[in-house]
Design a protein around this ligand. Structure first.
Ligand code: NAD
Length: 254
């Protein structure tokens, strides 16, 4: 199996891409630490993994709160002694052009999507540095590199995550730690369903218009991104360092 015995922490894995990755990683032999803000959703992921015979535990934490993340990391280290892979996946959507966005909404998107990468990395890295081994996967988005309408706060955060990934890679390469970024296109998850509800009077018509900007002819599915995450988590990607990995079905315009 491709992740045999690896201890892998996935933030925001109670839903969508994180959940799909947790299921796939467990099928490949990993022990998955499922984290989410929402306890019920996280527990569901764990139950599904266990029902397939996989290994997983749930640890609730808010990735924006230092004490909460420190407790999460301490719990995992106390139980398993190490974290091989950290997947910084938790994130929230932000809809609106600059003039439409309230300062509080702006701050929350920045907080979850950037601070939520900084804090888990900050508390996990010393353990990886001590072992001189590790892989970190940061969730960016294709929006880091292409302009899409009314996504100001969200674009800003995902561009920041891509830049942060490259900066982190330089700092931690001497410790044999790889840091790469995933850049998905539009993936059909609860997050995109929420975006469709908030952005279109007719969400069905919105879905059809999102499909039209894909060379693939349809939106992606969480499994499509989970398979790319599996590659970054495994040793098969050992020559990838500070790299963006695109899984976007050929997004051509916004
Ligand atoms: P989702 O809403 O289905 O799942 C996100 C999960 O993160 C939820 O379970 C939520 O409870 C959790 N979460 C939110 N805030 C948290 C916090 N403070 N602490 C811990 N957990 C928290 O979304 P998804 O579509 O699976 O997105 C996952 C990641 O992929 C996000 O970073 C998103 O920006 C990114 N992404 C998604 C798409 C897409 O089209 N769906 C495209 C590119 C990138």
């Amino acid at each position: 199996m491709r992740l045999d015995g690896k201890i892998i922490l996935i933030t925001g894995s109670g839903s969508g891409i994180g959940k799909s990755s947790a299921l796939l990683f467990a099928r490949e032999g990993a022990v998955v630490i499922v984290n989410d803000l929402a306890e019920d959703k996280g527990q569901e992921t764990v139950e599904e993994i266990r029902s397939e015979g996989g290994q997983a535990v749930f640890v609730q934490a808010d990735v924006t709160k230092p004490e909460s993340v420190q407790r999460l990391v301490d719990t995992v280290i106390g139980t398993y002694g190490r974290i091989d892979v950290l997947f910084n996946n938790a994130g929230i959507s932000g809809v609106g052009a600059i003039h439409e966005v309230e300062p509080e909404q702006w701050d929350r998107v920045i907080e979850v999507n950037i601070r939520g990468v900084f804090l888990p990395s900050k508390y996990v890295l010393p353990h990886m540095m001590a072992r001189r081994e590790g892989s970190i996967i940061n969730m960016s988005s294709c929006i880091a590199e292409i302009g899409l309408a009314r996504r100001a706060s969200y674009s800003a955060t995902k561009g920041a995550v891509l830049a942060l990934t490259k900066s982190m890679q330089v700092d931690y390469a001497p410790y044999n730690i790889r840091v790469n970024a995933l850049l998905p296109g539009t993936i059909l998850t609860p997050f995109v369903e929420d975006y469709l509800r908030k952005s279109y009077d007719n969400p069905e018509a919105g879905y059809e218009s999102l499909k039209k900007r894909q060379l693939s002819g349809d939106l992606g599915r969480p499994e499509d991104v989970a398979k790319a995450a599996l590659f970054l988590a495994s040793d098969e990607s050992k020559f990838m360092m500070g790299s963006p990995l695109y899984i976007d079905g050929g997004v051509v315009f916004g």
